[in-house]
Write a protein that binds this ligand. Sequence first.
Ligand SMILES: [Zn+2]
Ligand SMILES: [Zn+2]
Length: 139
Amino acid sequence: MRIDGIEKYKEVGLKLTPQRLAILKFLEGNKEHPSADEIYKAVSKKFPTMSFATVYNTLESLRRFGQVMELNFDPYKKRFDPNPKPHHHVICVRCQKILDIQNEFSLKPPQIESEEFEIIGNHIEFYGICSKCKNESGA
Ligand SMILES: [Zn+2]
Ligand SMILES: [Zn+2]
């Protein structure tokens, strides 16, 4: 992780304990969209005393400061996305694998009949079947 990346977390008031650093390191460049549970399992290998609460609270702070995006398409398993660039996702309906879609494509925002909102972004979830699941089904 680049130094300025770490400084950024200090700025938002996140105390950088070795455990939290390990979580940040695990997330950096991670494209798997891991759940809190998966992050906990991976990081607690190195820090056996780490509690699930530490992982959860760290993710919660990062989310609040806009450093990770929480993906809620599966109500039983929140997934976390450290990719800071705006992007979309395609999700395998069988194994829940998530892939980033970076391609820009044009999307005309709907006309909203209200002054309560100004549209500032979007996030689209596409659904599909990944090649692994497709092969397993013999298709
Ligand atoms: Zn799949
Ligand atoms: Zn993503």
